[in-house]
Design a protein around this ligand. Structure first.
Ligand code: UDP
Length: 340
């Protein structure tokens, strides 16, 4: 029988890509989203790619009655929880907004899942939990550092809540996927990243500058102790990232977990500097980007990239797309957005 996966925040950037990969892998999906930080574009795109009218519930995970109704209406075999606020800077100015939304929603989800007899829960975590790492690349065993923002803290708190709940309640199993820097878009250019206002992240800022929406890209800092002076990151293609979720869900549903709570790094293992990324974007897409060096951005770490060995071995997953392919997809998506 087909298994059903609930995707909270399924109308967002990563959630919509995961939805598509789940459907292609033969799962049924229920999308739940409150549209607080997205519109219907990616939902409609996911429906177009999969050729289905995907079940969509408009609801807020901070509303326990709505979560209860969701679990009563559908037989849910696994949940992937994306629904959360994600702007690091805003979380510093509005910490309680972040704690309430990101933590309370996950409490409601875990409580309800337990009441309904248990569930496999996949939490979308972040490499931000590693802070400024002492050793590179980071493994799952690398120590977590105290969070430097309320956003980062919500990721640590939710990881801990899942770990502790799994320990106390045998009917709940959990996986936390720690994402490095997700970028790119679906090759169909029907779904992608749609930041509201001025983008915080590098690649949306690059594509918006290339299309003429922004005047100039600032590269934050060229005095870091790296080869070209700019920061190093592990940019992971969003479709590759989405596939990692399918492998993780399958591992849970097929009872292949080695422990009831597991953590996997989801990255390529390949560090790329900001400058390299900018130059690669220009080269693969044949566009000239207006950019300048600017002072460092507060809170940025010098370098972080993943050791993805455990995900490669245990999940049987590996990042496949090249940075070139990914940046071409990001550009195709931006051009499509311009036509909308
Ligand atoms: N960055 C930049 N200009 C921008 C946005 C980001 O130079 O307009 C740099 C940032 O300093 C970091 C890298 O790009 O070194 C990735 O930043 P992003 O915000 O995309 O992800 P983060 O690694 O902070 O989660």
């Amino acid at each position: 029988m087909k298994k059903t996966v609930l995707v909270s925040g399924g109308a967002g950037f990563i959630g919509s890509h995961v939805t598509v990969e789940l459907i292609e892998a033969g799962y049924d999906v229920v999308i739940a989203d409150n549209f607080s930080n997205c519109d219907l574009t990616n939902y409609n795109g996911a429906c177009a790619i999969t050729g289905r009218k995907l079940p969509l519930v408009e609801m807020d995970f901070c509303d326990p009655e709505a979560v209860e109704k969701l679990f009563s209406d559908y037989k849910i075999d696994a949940v992937i929880h994306f629904a959360a606020f994600k702007a690091v800077g805003e979380s510093v100015w509005e910490p309680l907004k972040y704690y309430r939304n990101n933590v309370e929603s996950f409490i409601n989800l875990l409580e309800t899942a337990e009441r309904h007899g248990g569930c496999n829960v996949l939490f979308s975590s972040s490499a931000t939990v590693y802070g400024e790492p002492e050793e590179l690349p980071v493994t799952e065993k690398s120590p977590r550092q105290p969070a430097t923002s309320p956003y980062g803290n919500t990721k640590q708190i939710c990881e801990d809540m899942l770990r502790d709940t799994v320990k106390a309640k045998p009917v709940i199993k959990g996986i936390a996927l720690r994402y490095f820097n997700p970028i790119g878009a679906h090759p169909s250019a029907l779904i992608g990243e749609l930041p509201r206002g001025v983008p915080n992240n590098l690649v949306p800022f690059i594509t918006q500058t290339a299309i003429g929406k922004r005047e100039c890209l600032s590269i934050f800092g060229n005095d870091y102790p790296t080869e070209d002076g700019t920061c190093l990151r592990d940019y992971i293609d969003v479709v590759d990232l989405a596939k990692a979720h399918v492998y993780a869900v399958r591992r849970m549903l097929e009872g292949k977990m080695k422990e009831d709570y597991e953590i996997f790094n989801v990255g390529t293992g390949r560090p790329v500097s900001v400058l390299e990324l900018v130059k690669t974007f220009e080269k693969v897409n044949g566009v000239k980007l207006n950019w300048k060096y600017a002072p460092r951005r507060a809170g940025d770490v010098t370098a972080i990239w993943a050791d993805p060995t455990i995900a490669n071995k245990e999940l049987g997953w590996k990042a496949e797309r090249t940075v070139e392919e990914t940046l071409a997809a990001a550009w195709a998506w931006e051009k499509r957005v311009a036509e909308m």
